[in-house]
Design a protein around this ligand. Structure first.
Ligand SMILES: Cc1cc2nc3c(=O)[nH]c(=O)nc-3n(C[C@H](O)[C@H](O)[C@H](O)COP(=O)(O)OP(=O)(O)OC[C@H]3O[C@@H](n4cnc5c(N)ncnc54)[C@H](O)[C@@H]3O)c2cc1C
Length: 398
C-alpha cells in the first residue's frame, strides 16, 4: 500500500459498526475519512488492496479545477480545495499542486461558453486568450487560428493514489477498521440496520451495521441491481493514459506549463505538466462507449495509444509522439455523466454513490463529506453544500 504502509494496517474490532463503507476508491476512502473523524465506528471493505490498479482511482495525477460547465460545481470549488488542504495539513502529506489551467476550443464551444459564464457569475477570475496570445505566452501549444483559450489559475494536480492512501490512513487513525481482500457479495436491509455479507480468503462472513454506504465504482451494479430490483443505466468504460518524452523539460515544468484540456465539441485530449515521471508528460483522451467487464483485467488499448500519439503530434510542441509507458483505468458513466448519490428509496439505511465518470476525483473529498452526513442523518436529509437534486436516484431510475 505504498508510503502509508505502516499506518494502513488492518485493525480488528469486536464492536458493532455504525457504518460499513463498501469500496476503498476515492469515494469510499473519503467517506470513511469523514465518518471516522466524526466519531463513527466505521468498517471499510475493499475487494482488492488499497491503491490497486483495477478501479478508477489509481495513478499519479488527477486534475482539480474551478472551471466547470455549470455554476453548481464551480461554486463548490473553494470549499473543496479547502478540504484537500486540510487533509494535507492533518496528514503532513503533499497531495495537491497548482499549476494554472488552459481550456482550449472554438470561441463558441459550449463548454468554454458556459464555463466562462459560471466563473463570471461567481466572480472567479479568468482570462480569454486568442491563439496568438497562446503562442506568445505558452509556446508548448499549437492552436488553429480560430481557437481560443480560457485561462483559470485555480487549476492543479491531485496525487491520486496518495490521496486515497492518505484518506484511508487518516480514517484508520481516527478509529476506522480497514479490511482488504474482502468482496462484498450481498447487502440486505435488516430492521433499521443492514447486513453485509462478504467473502474473505475463501470464507463467507456477515457483519451488521446501522448504515451502509456503497461506493463500488465500476462494480456497483453487482450490488445495486438486486437491491433496487432494476439496473441503473451505468456503463463501466476503459480509459487509457500514456506518457510522452519532452525535449525541453523546463518548458513543461509545473508552474510554467498549465494543465491543458482541448474541447472540440466534447472533452478531447487533456494533459499535465511534468509531474509523475521526470522528463515525461501524461496525456489522455476520453474514450467513449468502450464498455468493459470490470472483473476482467485491464489491457492496454493500442488504438487509443495511436489516437494519443496523433493528439500529441498535433497539439504539443517539443514532445515526442511515441508513447513511453501507458496506464489503464475505468470510468463508471451515467447517460448524462452526472453523479448518482442517494438513499435507497425503501431502505434509507442503504446509501450509494456512483457514476463519477472522468471527473469525480477532485470532488471525492466533498462527496465523501456529503455521504458521511447522509449516513448520520434522517432519511431524505442531504448535505447542503455538496449534494444537488440532480444526483437523485429518480433522475436515473427507469
Ligand atoms: C484515466 C482517468 C482519468 C481521470 N481523470 C480525472 C481528473 O483529471 N479529475 C477528476 O476529478 N477525475 C478524474 N477521473 C475520474 C475519477 O478518478 C473517478 O471518478 C473516481 O476515481 C471514482 O472513484 P470511485 O471511488 O467511485 O471508484 P473506484 O476508484 O473504482 O472505487 C471503487 C472501489 O470499490 C471496490 N469494490 C467494488 N466492488 C466491491 C465489492 N463487492 N466488495 C468490496 N469492494 C468492492 C473496488 O475494488 C474499488 O476499489 C479520471 C478517471 C480515469 C479512469
Amino acid at each position: 500500500m505504498g508510503q502509508n504502509q505502516a499506518s494502513l494496517h488492518q485493525t480488528n474490532s469486536n464492536q458493532p459498526f455504525d457504518v460499513v463503507v463498501v469500496g476503498a476508491g476515492a469515494m469510499g476512502s473519503a467517506t470513511a475519512y469523514h465518518l471516522a473523524q466524526d466519531g463513527q465506528r466505521v468498517l471499510l471493505l475493499e475487494q482488492f488492496q488499497v491503491g490497486h490498479l483495477r478501479g478508477s482511482s489509481h495513478g499519479g495525477s488527477r486534475i482539480i479545477r474551478y472551471t466547470h460547465e455549470d455554476v453548481d460545481f464551480t461554486r463548490w470549488m473553494p470549499a473543496t480545495f479547502a478540504l484537500w488542504r486540510r487533509l494535507e495539513q492533518e496528514s503532513g502529506q503533499s497531495l495537491m499542486q497548482l499549476t494554472n489551467g488552459l481550456y482550449f476550443g472554438l470561441g463558441n464551444d459550449p463548454f468554454l461558453t458556459s464555463a466562462q459564464q459560471a466563473l463570471h457569475t461567481l466572480g472567479f477570475p479568468y482570462r480569454l486568450l486568442t491563439a496568438s496570445d497562446v503562442h506568445r505566452e505558452f509556446p508548448q501549444f499549437q492552436l488553429d487560428d480560430e481557437w481560443v483559450a480560457l485561462e483559470q489559475t485555480e487549476t492543479g494536480i491531485l496525487a491520486a493514489t496518495r490521496c486515497v492512501q492518505t484518506m484511508v490512513a487518516q480514517a484508520i487513525q481516527h478509529g476506522a477498521t480497514l479490511q482488504e481482500s474482502c468482496k462484498v457479495r450481498a447487502i440486505q436491509a435488516a430492521g433499521e440496520g443492514v447486513v453485509i455479507r462478504y467473502a474473505t480468503h475463501g470464507a463467507e462472513t456477515e457483519v451488521y451495521a446501522k448504515r451502509v454506504v456503497i461506493t463500488a465504482g465500476p462494480w456497483v451494479n453487482q450490488l445495486l441491481d438486486p437491491l433496487l430490483g432494476y439496473g441503473l443505466p451505468l456503463t463501466p468504460t476503459h480509459q487509457q493514459v500514456a506518457y510522452f518524452r519532452v525535449e525541453e523539460p523546463a518548458l513543461y515544468a509545473i508552474g510554467r506549463c498549465p494543465i491543458h484540456i482541448f474541447f472540440d465539441g466534447n472533452l478531447g485530449a487533456y494533459g499535465f505538466p511534468i509531474y509523475e515521471k521526470p522528463g515525461y508528460v501524461k496525456v489522455a483522451i476520453e474514450l467513449a462507449n468502450i464498455s468493459i467487464d470490470p472483473d476482467q483485467p485491464a489491457a492496454i488499448d493500442q488504438s487509443a495509444l495511436q489516437q494519443l500519439s496523433a493528439e500529441v503530434a498535433k497539439r504539443l510542441v517539443g514532445v515526442d509522439p511515441e508513447p513511453h509507458g501507458a496506464e489503464s483505468c475505468r470510468y463508471t458513466e451515467t447517460p448524462n455523466r452526472d453523479f448518482i448519490v442517494d438513499y435507497h428509496p425503501e431502505h434509507p439505511q442503504i446509501i450509494f454513490a456512483t457514476g463519477f465518470s472522468g471527473r469525480g476525483f477532485k470532488h471525492s473529498i466533498a462527496i465523501g463529506r456529503a455521504l458521511a452526513d447522509m449516513a448520520q442523518s434522517e432519511p431524505g436529509v442531504y448535505h447542503q453544500e455538496f449534494w444537488l437534486p440532480r444526483f437523485a436516484l429518480n433522475v436515473f431510475a427507469p
